[in-house]
Write a protein that binds this ligand. Structure first.
Ligand SMILES: [Ca+2]
Ligand SMILES: [Ca+2]
Length: 733
């Protein structure tokens, strides 16, 4: 694609155009309603009446202006030598009409018109070298639906192939005023925009039921327009499309983007209910070359979709591209699937990009109607193709404070059938901060499954992933694992949890290669390698359920080790108060690395050992030795002054944490057990040295039958000190 003009091109061109129009038409340009605040609800369709003062009917496809355009009435009575009224004449006459009341430009072109294509039932208005005048009056409706006939497509075609203005001015319909409506038109072959809505007075306009890009029969244009619709220079409160299916625009095949919203003063516009990037069937691509919708240069508070009025944004290079924009809401859209909500129809470069300082944007919401389906994106073999990609590279402004809630990412509209994105579901790249994926409130969790790489990958700091279903369907049952890890964290100081369910992923549920991340209160189950693999320093795993992982094929080493939790080649991990059970391998393995504390967990029923140290992990510290064991007391020998934790289990692991104490300087310890353990159960212990190296479990000892209660043991030798309080999972050394 060759850029025809800068995205952030000179603002002087539209301003110059406005000035020229002002010179031509004088102060009547100023819309009477420009001073009051405008809302989309102000939008209304101009009523079509028979009055010559409010209605002008285009009767020729010719682009000649030979009539008296000083008013609608004069044009009706003096249409010129051709005896017909052209669209250009109609627009000139509306601009000359004082800005009171609604005006309508209707169409009634005869079958004898040279622009008529009887086979397609279309009439083509081939414009000359000069663009049409801007809609500068306000409250004007151009309604192609008024042309007799009832095809399923807009049959009045404006063809801009011959328009040849200065850079940025070869547009189809330009709107610089308020409360105008463009309905039921096809605009093709404009060198710049099919529709340009520009300036602070361009408010509360409607574009609905149009084809902006494709020909009326849905084929690609001979010369694609640059933007289907562009909103810029302070345009606000405009609506492109709408909730009514009849309001849907088809915006496809443009040389840059379907819709461009740009400039820091451009705000509160809505793009809703459109089909963007597809052909009229909604099942095949007709690509907008850069993005379906792009928000750039600081445009803010715009809405893409909305509850029950989402767009179909598929088949583009990128579905939605926010380049530095703020406070955009992206809701209710289908991004990367066909109109049937199931068949993949990729945005080749990815579903949504939030780049270069994009901030405070919301993707999704807490209601089903606000949910985006972001699935099936990415071209095969592409290095792009995430569901959602956030980054700032190079880092010129942090991409920050963005929220992703309640979406389906990698699954179809049912939430349970696979439709993976080609790469990650969500990639939170460099230069990103304070992204929230999911949340703790009802409805905030995303379903993230079946993506070609991982579910979520984080390569920056200060982000949170909470409350999501990652690798499992919306029904909480269907197995939809992501192809690599459920979540991979490469950056530091992120938070995973609470309340993610991360299951059925083809590698680990969670893989941490960065540091100082907190993993709190998640469920990690049935992941092929491990529930959690820790390969970066000083991470904390607390209060998680890690169950039934490690069932994949034989793999080795590093994060390929199968286990409940793998700590590999790294230091300073704290594994505390987790339930680690039923894994098809070791419960917790430390493979190299030092100072990894494993404290106050429940570890049970793992196929292999509860805790295993390998390759010098945790300095290979041997477990403590149990001595006298009764139903109410465990004593033994540990490393001097080490923290000793005592457990009971039906087998040889540590299901129930009974308490912790500190060994004496002689290494002796004694731990009261209250209430007493049932005879026949096993007890075991770990110890953790002053460097934070936790041992494996001591060989289990069966509590003897008939052991007498011994609530006040009196061991010979110095009485080992007891920890200040029993049964409190003290985890600080
Ligand atoms: Ca005429
Ligand atoms: Ca075992």
């Amino acid at each position: 694609m060759t850029a025809r003009h800068s995205l952030h091109g000179s603002v002087s061109r539209p301003a110059l155009l406005l000035y020229m129009l002002f010179l031509l038409f004088g102060p009547s340009l100023a819309p009477a309603s420009a001073q009051r605040p405008l809302r989309p609800s102000d939008l209304k369709r101009g009523s079509i009446t028979a009055s010559a003062e409010t209605l002008v009917t285009v009767t020729t496809s010719s682009d000649v202006a030979d009539g008296n355009v000083s008013s609608l009435a004069t044009l009706a009575s003096q249409p010129g030598a051709d005896g017909a009224i052209s669209l250009r004449e109609a627009i000139l006459a509306t601009n000359a009409t004082p800005a009171l009341g609604a005006l309508t430009i209707a169409f009634n072109l005869p079958n004898s018109d040279p622009g008529h294509n009887a086979a397609k039932s279309t009439w083509t208005i081939a414009l000359g070298a000069q663009a049409l005048p801007a809609l500068a009056r306000g409250n004007v409706t151009i309604d192609g639906r008024t042309q007799p006939g009832s095809p399923s497509y807009p049959q009045i075609i404006m063809d801009g192939y011959n328009v040849n203005e200065a850079a940025g001015l070869s547009n189809g319909i330009t709107i610089t005023s308020d409360h105008n409506s463009i309905r039921g038109l096809t605009l093709v072959n404009f060198y710049d925009d099919a529709v340009l809505i520009s300036g602070p007075n361009a408010a509360a306009n409607l574009v609905a039921g149009c084809y902006l890009g494709p020909d009326a029969n849905g084929a690609a244009a001979v010369q694609p327009s640059y933007f289907g619709v562009e909103l810029r220079n302070g345009a606000h409160d405009n609506l492109i499309g709408g909730a009514d299916p009849a309001a849907r625009n088809l915006i496809s095949g443009n040389a840059h983007s379907g819709v461009m919203i740009q400039d820091a003063t451009t705000h509160n516009n809505t793009v809703a209910g459109n089909w963007i990037g597809v052909n009229p069937s909604g099942q095949a691509a007709l690509k907008n070359a850069v993005a379906g919708v792009m928000v750039a240069a600081g445009a803010h508070d715009n809405l893409i979709g909305g509850a029950s009025q989402g767009n179909l944004l598929s088949g583009n290079e990128t579905g939605i591209y926010i380049d530095g924009g703020g406070a955009t809401t992206i809701a209710g859209n289908t991004i990367g699937l066909a109109a049937d909500g199931h068949t993949p129809l990729a945005n080749d470069g990815g579903g949504i990009w939030l780049l270069n300082g994009a901030h405070d944007n919301l993707i999704g919401g807490t209601s089903a109607a606000a949910r985006n389906i972001i699935s099936g994106n990415g071209a095969a073999g592409s290095q792009f193709g995430q569901g959602i990609y956030l980054a700032s590279v190079p880092i010129n402004a942090l991409t920050m404070n963005n929220t992703i809630q309640g979406n389906y990412i990698g699954v179809d509209s049912s939430g349970n059938q696979p439709a993976g994105n080609y790469r990650q579901g969500i990639l939170i790249g460099p230069g990103t901060q304070n992204t929230l994926v999911g949340g703790t409130a009802p409805g905030t969790g995303n379903v993230i499954g079946y993506n070609g790489l991982g579910g979520v990958r984080i390569d920056s700091s200060g982000n949170q992933v909470a409350g999501n279903l990652i690798g499992i369907g919306a029904d909480g049952v269907t197995e939809l694992g992501n192809q690599l890890n459920g979540v991979r964290v490469g950056g530091d100081n992120n938070t995973i949890g609470p309340d993610n369910t991360i299951a059925y992923n083809q590698q680990s549920g969670l893989m941490l290669s960065g540091g100082a991340t907190t993993v709190l209160s998640n469920t990690l189950s049935a992941n092929a390698r491990s529930g959690i693999c820790v390969a970066g320093p000083n991470n904390t795993l607390r209060g998680n359920l890690v169950q039934s992982n490690g069932g994949g094929g034989s793999v080795w080493p590093d994060c390929a080790i199968r286990a409940g939790i793998v700590i590999t080649g790294t230091n300073g991990t704290l594994v505390s108060e987790n339930d680690i059970l039923d894994n098809s391998a070791v419960g917790v393995v430390v493979y190299g690395g030092m100072g990894n504390r494993i404290l106050a967990n429940s570890i049970s029923d793992n196929l292999s050992a509860g805790i295993q140290l390998m390759s010098g992990g945790n300095n290979g510290v041997a477990p403590p030795q149990l001595g006298l064991v009764t139903i109410s007391m465990v004593s033994g020998t540990a490393c001097a002054l080490c923290r000793v934790e005592v457990f009971t289990d039906t087998s040889d692991e540590g299901k129930d944490f009974l308490g912790a104490t500190t060994a004496s300087s002689n290494g002796l310890f004694s731990q009261v057990i209250a209430p007493a353990v049932q005879p026949g159960r096993h007890v075991t212990a770990t110890h953790t040295d002053s460097n934070g190296n936790t041992s494996p479990f001591a060989p289990a000892v069966s509590v003897p039958n008939g052991s007498p209660p011994d609530p006040t043991p009196t061991p010979t030798g110095p009485r080992p000190p007891l920890s200040p309080r029993q049964y409190v999972p003290v985890v600080t050394l």
